[in-house]
Write a protein that binds this ligand. Structure first.
Ligand code: 8X3
Length: 252
């Protein structure tokens, strides 16, 4: 009997990462949930196992290269890696943005993705049929005022995905970039505005049905379950009420 294919999901403690872990578990993958918050991923792994799926939790900070390398030693063969860990900090103009925020966003979104991808690429290749998903953002494709460091970091992630795809063509690993627009999750905007829930709520004010984490997980699940020779290079997904990063229909 063939071994159950394994999918690693980073940032699986909430939002799109947690929803993706659920989706991939339901698709028949043994999911390995990673995030810094151990209690959350352990609870989700327990829930998935109770539901008859296969899940394990591993506390990991993707910016800690030594820890990532140690984590990677557990895998000789890996089917799917979903690089989801990341996020936004602040919405300041370039003129006044805090360089520390820019640095942190580059660390988590770009270097974190680089660390985990480099560490697990040998196992993905060894599987003979590996898939890397990079969760970027529509912020990876065009700029918006106040996007500053987040837009820059997400553009970096987009370039990482494109370059890697060029470099590993001919190996049995595909690189899929999923770029969501407005997604209402429990933490994204609240983290961006450092706990200011009023500011966070304004992001979605009057928008008829922003995307949910499950909507994005659904697109990821679809993309990774295409036949091996099909590579969804870049999948942009927005709510119907959003035509661009700056053109959003609001009923206010
Ligand atoms: C999230 C989308 O519009 O906040 O990645 O940059 S946005």
């Amino acid at each position: 009997m063939a071994a159950t294919p394994i999918a690693v999901v980073t940032g699986a403690s909430s939002g799109i990462g947690a929803a993706t872990a659920r989706t991939l578990a339901a698709e028949g993958f043994r999911v390995v949930l990673t995030a810094r918050r151990k209690d959350r991923i352990e609870a989700l792994a327990a829930e998935l196992n109770e539901a008859g799926h296969q899940a394990t939790a591993y506390a990991l900070d993707v910016t800690d290269r030594a820890a990532v390398d140690e984590f990677a030693t557990a895998f000789r063969s890996l089917a799917v890696l979903v690089n989801n860990a990341g996020g936004a900090l602040g919405a300041d103009p370039v003129a006044t943005g805090d360089p520390a925020d820019w640095r942190q966003m580059y660390e988590t979104n770009v270097i974190g993705t680089l660390n985990v991808t480099q560490a697990l690429l040998p196992a993905l290749t060894a599987s003979g049929d590996g898939t890397i998903v990079i969760l970027s953002s529509t912020a990876a494709l065009s700029s918006y005022e106040g996007g500053g460091g987040y837009v820059a970091a997400k553009h970096g992630e987009h370039v990482l995905a494109e370059t890697l795809r060029l470099e590993i063509v001919g190996t049995p690993v595909r690189v899929i970039e999923v770029a969501p627009g407005m997604v209402r999750t429990e933490e994204f905007a609240t983290t961006r505005f450092r706990g200011d829930t009023e500011k966070a709520a304004k992001v979605y004010a009057g928008v008829d049905a922003p995307l949910t984490a499950e909507d994005v997980a659904d697109t990821i699940g679809w993309a990774v379950t295409r036949p091996s020779h099909v590579n969804i290079d870049l999948l942009v997904v927005r709510p119907r009420a959003q035509a661009s990063n700056t053109k959003v229909h609001r009923t206010l």
